[in-house]
Design a protein around this ligand. Structure first.
Ligand SMILES: [Zn+2]
Length: 130
């Protein structure tokens, strides 16, 4: 049910649908959702600024989704039906040396100047003792 994702996430996955139509005072633009086929139509000025008149046209399936689910309900329904995989197990779990390596990776960028690091570590230990 592809429209479920639109309801769950909020914005539709819009793409332009046809050429821009020149109307008095600007343009009429039309988009279609690649997931649920909802059509959005609105007016823009000639520089592309929104000028009002936004309307949505939902197909029957998406109307049903709107009636059946609020955003959270759509998320729950999508989660229950979505394909799932397990994350790969971290290497060396329980191994002290590798566990320390993991902490270093989580620290982010490599730092220059080991003395500064040693100083910071000492400061951390001092605070812990206090
Ligand atoms: Zn959509």
């Amino acid at each position: 049910m592809t429209g479920l994702l639109c309801r769950a996430l909020g914005p539709h996955a819009l793409k332009p649908d046809g050429p821009l139509v020149v109307i008095p005072g600007g343009l009429q633009v039309r988009f279609v959702c690649m997931r649920c086929h909802t059509i959005r139509r609105e007016r823009w000025d000639t520089r592309g600024r929104y000028a009002g008149g936004r309307r949505y046209f939902h197909d029957k399936t998406y109307k049903g989704i709107l009636e059946e689910y609020d955003r959270l309900g759509a998320r729950a329904a999508w989660v229950s039906g979505a394909e799932k995989v397990h994350a790969p197990a971290a290497k060396g779990q329980g191994d002290e040396s590798n566990a320390q390596g993991l902490r270093l990776v989580q620290g982010g960028k490599k730092r220059r100047g080991g003395a500064v690091r040693a100083h910071k570590r000492a400061g951390t230990q001092a605070r812990r003792r206090a």
